[in-house]
Ligand binder design. Structure first.
Ligand code: PMP
Length: 359
């Protein structure tokens, strides 16, 4: 039995190494994972209270339409319920977009390096990838515009960008959006939206009224701290979203995830606290880099890409041996860098201490 030719040789997504694997392989008792941009403070304590209720209905299929969560998110964003599509993580929404829009005649435009799942899913559909290099870690929207041709179906703007943490500002994004042809979908992937501090970060939701070719991706996996429950969503033009809907799995988000996400949304105090702690911790890393003379990419997310001017794999391994799972920049398109998810104050102080004493 053969899989599609486009899948031959593709490697599965390589997530951060699981904690248990590292403990076993290196015989360590304590391992901290700062590799996949999860929330080190967990999730809202309000969520814990409703989890017990969500266990009552495990024998029953979830509500495939995620009605209650849909109402909550629509109200939170000020959009219509029919403008939303939920996925098993925003990963699934990316997959669904590629599956629904792309054929082997088409292409997508992305930055490089950026989140790998855009090109991964496009390649499976047989589409071509027009990759536009970041300029000093930042999207080059002018060049991305030039990379659009008559076969382009989707342009992915990862904002803030994973793995650099850098962002595209409002003015630049708007002027780009105005110039993108109507028949090309612009995806603004805002997975790290809740962490953004920059005042000129684009306010994209109101733009949906004027741009039927805009789609915004958000997730409950990052600041909301629910990565393991797999709930993400897309917001876009109502007709477009309705057209996408038949392509998703009938029960693609589960009952526990829906209930937890709904509750998490109503505790914005928790999100504000996490945002504030993240900014303090980001300053800690920035101060460290400045003291050591290491280049870093100014980040609006909950991770930082640091250029240690030596092979990322070497630093990754040293940190691993000290019980810290990070991301090797060599696998992310930044060969002399390491990407670190910001942890708690105590975790960050410890990893900075290890980095300060690298042999
Ligand atoms: N987009 C970006 C930019 C990400 O970094 C991630 C997670 N690594 C995702 C989407 C997918 O997140 P999830 O599927 O957990 O919602």
């Amino acid at each position: 039995m053969n899989v599609k030719q486009t899948m031959v040789g593709l490697v599965p997504y390589q997530p951060g190494k699981p904690i248990e694997d590292v403990k076993r392989e290196l015989g360590l008792d304590e391992v901290v994972k700062l590799a996949s941009n999860e929330n080190p403070y967990g999730f809202s304590p309000e969520v814990k209270k409703v989890l017990q209720d969500s266990l009552e209905n495990l024998a029953i299929y979830p509500d495939g339409y995620a009605r209650e969560l849909r109402e909550g998110v629509a109200k939170h964003l000020g959009v219509k319920e029919k403008q939303l599509i939920f996925g098993n993580g925003s990963d699934e929404v990316i997959l669904l977009l590629c599956r629904s829009l792309l054929t082997e005649k088409d292409n997508i435009v992305t930055a490089t390096p950026t989140f790998s799942q855009y090109s991964h899913n496009a390649v499976i559909e047989g589409a071509k990838i027009h990759e536009v290099p970041l300029v000093d870690g930042v999207h080059d929207l002018e060049a991305m515009l030039e990379a659009i041709d008559e076969h382009t179906k989707i342009v992915f703007v990862c904002n803030p960008n994973n793995p650099s943490g850098t962002y595209v500002g409002e003015e630049e994004f708007l002027s780009f959006l105005k110039k993108v042809p109507d028949n090309v979908l612009v995806v603004s992937d805002e997975a790290y939206f809740e962490y953004v501090a920059a005042e000129d970060y684009p306010v994209t939701i109101p733009l949906l009224k004027d741009y039927s070719n805009l789609m915004i991706l958000r997730t409950f996996s990052k600041a909301y701290g629910l990565a393991s429950l797999r709930v993400g969503y897309g917001v876009g033009n109502e007709q477009f979203i309705q057209a996408l809907d038949p392509g998703r799995g009938p029960f693609n988000t589960n009952t526990i995830g829906q209930i937890a996400a709904f509750e998490a949304l109503s505790d914005q105090q928790f999100i504000t606290e996490c945002y504030e702690k993240n900014r303090v911790e980001m300053e800690r890393f920035e101060a460290f880099c400045e003291k050591k003379g290491y280049k870093y990419y100014p980040s609006q997310a909950n991770f930082i890409l640091i250029d240690l001017q030596r092979p990322g794999g070497e630093v990754f391994q040293k940190l691993l041996e000290k019980g810290f799972i990070t991301r090797n920049g060599e696998a992310l398109g930044f060969p002399t860098c390491i990407r670190i998810t910001l942890g708690t104050k105590e975790q960050n102080e410890r990893i900075i201490d290890v980095l300060s004493n690298l042999s």
